[in-house]
Ligand binder design. Structure first.
Ligand SMILES: [Zn+2]
Length: 388
């Protein structure tokens, strides 16, 4: 078998060289599908970032490959191909091409956790230019505090626990209301403490997670879910204690996920306030009222679910050591479409939280190029209407 990779994989074939003999302990990356394309062609994977087509196969080899189970080991594949009558040269060519395309892995088992399986496909060896993949296993040693346990905070906590975060600190002084029901909380939870009720939901979803109740314990990251505006009292202490934190603010019909602040390294929430003040000098007055008058705000169902998932993804990126999309920025989700809009902020020169580069080389301080074209009403300035 010549075993040529077709044009789907040509880009990849140029990057990689065949690896010769393949380690018998390797297996096909478990998330990949094996698809019959014709008597002599099999496609491995469907994502154009890593899928390859093996061509000029022996028809028997094509059939055996198509029938192979997900995550098949190279040892089992060799044995099955050989038993079906495929010659050694043909078997070696198939395994060499799979190896050259980095579609084989040393993952220990054929049934990895869902996150482990998916992230294995995003390994830098598979997707050039992607960031270094860290196994999801270390998440078990990480800890996150979630402060604010409405529907959105509950969704974040459940997602983090399900993704393997080891310890969650759940904080909310309030009780479950009928408006919280639906994100895992049930009608039976109404009136119970939110922290206790959400702990039960989290443990139901991820029995191995540790629920901690130590307000002063050091954690890897704090998620602040707030309504209307970020409260400086909450984030200033985290800044001074050098604790990474993610701001999630639920507004009238939108949610702002971000920034994720790495103290001393990325723009902080005060930087964001200073940028807003640059655009609307009355913003501090408005922000003070929003914080002082803050009351329970309902969290629209779909908006809370989407925001929780996006917020959890940012937290996991930070914990895994991957770049976070909302460092020096935020993702805004607005009803009705809830499509994410990416906003970027640099550190504000008047804040002093990080070393700000000289103006000539500074990035845009408020980059709205990726924003929704419609003007935002509350961030940073409302539409003015004269009243006489
Ligand atoms: Zn700052």
């Amino acid at each position: 078998m010549d075993g040529l990779l077709d044009e789907v994989a040509t880009r990849r074939a140029r990057r990689h060289t065949a690896i010769g003999s393949v380690d018998a302990e390797l297996r096909l990356r478990p998330g990949l599908r094996l698809l019959w394309r014709g008597p002599t062609e099999v496609q491995v994977g469907t994502d154009p970032r890593w899928s390859v087509v093996l061509t000029d196969l022996d028809p028997t080899a094509a059939r055996v490959l198509t029938d192979a189970p997900p995550g098949v080991t190279t040892r089992a594949l060799r044995r099955t191909l050989t038993a079906a009558g495929v010659g050694r040269e043909g078997v070696d060519a198939i395994l060499d091409h799979l190896g050259a395309a980095h579609l084989l892995t040393a993952l220990p088992g054929p049934d990895p956790r869902p996150d482990e399986e998916t992230w294995s496909l995003l390994d830098e060896a598979v997707v050039p230019g992607s960031e270094r993949h860290r196994s999801v296993r270390p998440r078990a040693s990480t800890s996150v505090r979630v402060r604010g346990l409405g529907r959105l905070g509950t969704g974040i906590a459940v997602t983090l626990a399900s993704a393997g975060v080891g310890t969650l600190h759940l904080e909310d002084p309030g009780a479950v209301t009928r408006h919280d029901v639906g994100a895992g909380l049930t009608a039976r939870d109404i009136g119970r403490s939110r922290a206790g009720a959400v702990a039960r939901v989290v443990l139901d979803a991820a029995p191995t997670v540790t629920i901690a109740n130590a307000p002063a314990a050091r954690v890897d990251l704090v998620v602040l879910v707030e309504h209307d505006a970020a409260d400086p009292v909450g984030y200033r202490a985290l800044l001074s204690d050098d604790v990474p934190h993610l701001s999630v603010v639920v507004r009238e019909a939108s949610v702002l996920v971000g920034p994720l602040v790495r103290p001393g390294a990325t723009a902080c929430l005060r930087c964001v306030d200073l940028h807003r003040t640059d655009r609307d000098d009355r913003w501090p007055v408005l922000a003070a009222q929003l914080v002082a008058r803050r009351g329970p705000r309902h969290e629209e169902t779909a908006m809370a679910s989407v925001a929780a998932a996006i917020a959890a993804a940012q937290v996991l990126a930070h914990l895994d050591g991957r770049p976070c999309a909302v460092s020096d920025g935020a993702i805004e989700l607005r009803l009705p479409d809830l499509l994410p809009h990416h906003m970027r902020w640099a550190a504000h020169p008047d804040c002093g939280c990080v070393a700000v580069p000289a103006p000539a080389s500074a990035p845009p301080r408020w980059d709205e190029r990726a924003r929704h074209p419609a003007p935002e009403t509350a961030d940073p300035g409302a539409v003015r209407a004269g009243v006489s």
